[in-house]
Structure formats: C-alpha cells, structure tokens
Design a protein around this ligand. Sequence first.
Ligand code: SF4
Length: 239
Amino acid sequence: MLVSILDGYTDEPSRLGVPPFMAAYPRYLAGAVLDAGEEFEYLTVDQWRKGRRPVGQVLFIISNTNVPGKYLRGTPVSDRELIQIQREFDGEAFVWSSTSSRGDVDTLAHDVLTTGTRTPRRRTLEEWREWSILGAEAIGQHSDFPDPLILELDMSFGCPRFVSGGCSFCPEIAYGEPIFRPQEDIVGEMKALLKQGATNFRLGGQSCLFTYMTEELGQDAPRPNVVGSQRAFSKAFQN
Ligand code: SF4
C-alpha cells in the first residue's frame, strides 16, 4: 500500500517546519509507515498548490502553525485548503495537528496500518530511534533538498515547567512532562540524514536548551545540566 504524507507545515516555538525548514514529524511518519511494511510518498502543500496530487490509498496531512510568522519560502496550509485536499482525495484522510491532536502522527499511522487501532499515544524512545532513522529517506522528496533545506532535529519533547502549568504564551506545555532523547539517538538520526545527502541541520525540539537532561525535573525551575547539553552539541558537531 502507498501512504501519502502531505506536509502542510508546522511552526512551533521550538520546532520550525516551514521551508527552508523541514520538521521531524513527516520524517518520523515516513519511518513508521516503512516499519509497518508499507510504502510512502511525501509532498508539501506548496507542491500541491502547483498541481501535484497525493496518489496513495491513505493520506496523512500534517498541519499547525501556532506561532505564525512572515514566511519567505512557503505558506502553511489554510483551513480552506485542508477541506479541499480531503474532498479531492479518493481514500481515507487523516488530518493531524502537532499541538491540538492527541498523540503522535507516526504512532497513529503505524497503529492504523498494523492493527487498525486509532488510540492516541506517544511514541516510545525505541520507536523514536528507529523511525527517525528509517524515515530519513523522505528528505529527498522535499523540493528544497538538498540545499537550502534545513532539517530540524528534536532534542526533547515537553515543557520543563510542566509542574506549574508552563507559560501562557507557549503551547509546549500541551506535551506535558519532557522526554529527553539520548545524545546517541540524535547523532544516529543525524548520520542517517547525512547518508541521504542532508547538508543543513538545526538542533531544536527543546524550548529550553539549558534544561536538556536536567536532573531536577518536577521542580518549577530545574537546574541546567551543562554537561548533558555540552555532550549533545559536541557529538552533533563532530559529524
Ligand atoms: S517553560 Fe514550558 S511553557 Fe514556558 S516557554 Fe518553556 S516550554 Fe514553553
């Protein structure tokens, strides 16, 4: 089965996804589809506007710009376009928003394709590791590949101040308690992307770099883990 991934772009405080940036969401989704034993195609909403249409049997649309800005290379999908894309598509279509949908889009796709279940859930660290590597091949289908495409790499997920309800302006609190990715997993993903021809990266996915790998989660102001952040950056730069 061919699964279509339509990237309507995401833009969050700590995760950029409007070209020239490519968020990790569609790559994880591609990895989950491959892990489920299916094929994928990836297209952006800007390619759709130029006339390309998804040709898979199932469609996943990724959307959400909760910190909209002035974009120079791409325009996020609008509500009107979302309706039109679904109306035109001849198959089942899922619309997933990075902060208003519950669970991850990659777990949704994997579970739908393997067991038919649709219960929202977060990916495990093992799935995160595996799908980030498997899905690296999606970058070759992005119209900005290989340059000026900038690939977002997630260092963590969630809000370090989850105990006090976070800050009023930031949606990261919706993800709850942070999950930190081991440095080896970030570097493993980076290597897989380099192998596919990637040239530009951005270490993101953390709204607070200083609390990456903090040992004081659960306190309102966790103390920074300087060694943890330093290790992650030095390992990434060695590549
Ligand atoms: S503390 Fe939490 S809610 Fe506040 S900016 Fe950081 S991630 Fe966002």
